[in-house]
Design a protein around this ligand. Sequence first.
Ligand code: GDP
Length: 452
Amino acid sequence: MLNDTIVAISSPIGTGAIAVVRISGNHVKNIIGQALKRKRYTPKKMYYGWLYNKEGEKVDEITWVYHPQPHSYTGEDMLEIFCHGGKLITYAVLNTIIKYGVRQALPGEFTKRAVLNGKMDLIKAEAVNNVITSETEISLKASFNQLKNPLSEKINEIKNSLLSISAQIEVEMDYPDDIEFEDHNMKNKLDDIVNRMDQILKGADNGIIAVEGVRTVIVGKPNSGKSTLLNALLRKDRAIVTDIPGTTRDTIEENLNINGIYIKLIDTAGIRNTEDTLERVGIERTINSIKNSHLILFVLDGTTPFTQEDELIYNKLNELGNKTVIIVLNKSDSPNFKESNYLPLKQKNPNDFVIISAKNGDIKNLEDKIYEKFFEKVNIEEPTLTNQRQKITLESSKEFVLNAINSFEKGFSNDVIMYDVRKALEKIYELSGENYTEELLDKIFSTFCVGK
Ligand code: GDP
């Protein structure tokens, strides 16, 4: 499968001066001979010429570069064609290449090949994708840190330590009478690995937030102004706002950028149609999004007193703990607005309380508060893990190391310890992509764009 040759348009589709079509695989030299009619050429040098179809007709005037394997992005023979940038002409170039027996690439397939050919590890491949898809400067910075100063080195060190421990155990198992290592040596090594894993995991949550966005949920009783706030944050009429409670039927997810902080806004407003009070305020149905969120905007209607429904939501949020909650007192523009109704709440949460008018778009207080709460977290200098896959995989590797330490302390036999060391190693290989399943790779690369 790796041997078939793939092609894709690697630049955005649209009208531009130049578009890039990339080809990778062992058929590249034939294409240069047949479609570019060039017999002799030097690698990495740009040539000018014409692209010809199989019938020998000129398709486009192009420049092109040949990157021989293994010194290319994918590690295979590659050809980059720079053609005219119009949509139709770019597709004509693509289709011409396909006619020469080349298959159109799947999303991320070039990078997948780079990983499979050992040109980069999975963590770096994911960083490449993050750099391309970064929507804000701060998320770009976190992704770029991972690209230029990859965590891969630290992961490699952990891998080598685990390998050395496993070699040590194997020697002990093979020559039980001749060699006995000092116990504290092994224990120290395992402890050291856990420490290094903890160092990496410490920054993981912030790295994930920086790159994948601050998952934000808007909650509040019906009619408090959640949809209006969503629209104000997005500065467009996205959710339909009426004064009949319950107009927002589905969960809406939107991306937004608050001074460089990437916010993923999930609106779960207005889910009800039940007698259950908790359900009626939409909290039970939103509980999962709340659990997965980093920030909760709790919207209150400043034109009415603090109601039982509000209290129900408030208590539920407090039960969740460990979440950033901003209390948003809305409708400050209304003549019926009374801050005094909410004074006790404000006194209890002085740093998490803002007053806004969603209707008038007067939400700067809220945006500033969000920035204040998240800037430190997401403004990351160090390379760090940037997605859940990486975090969960490293955590499970750590679990196995902890098991090994535990077995060691209890004086279990070497093969018991060895089992967990091997498992920990497997997880590290999975993290770096040295040990993969097709399913895992397909899942990761399906989020890439075609042509990368
Ligand atoms: P939701 O059910 O929580 O999503 O509430 P909506 O956003 O649909 O708003 C309910 C009603 O409150 C609508 O009539 C809005 O126009 C009104 N509303 C929302 N925000 C404000 C505000 O800041 N000021 C005033 N005066 N009315 C608002």
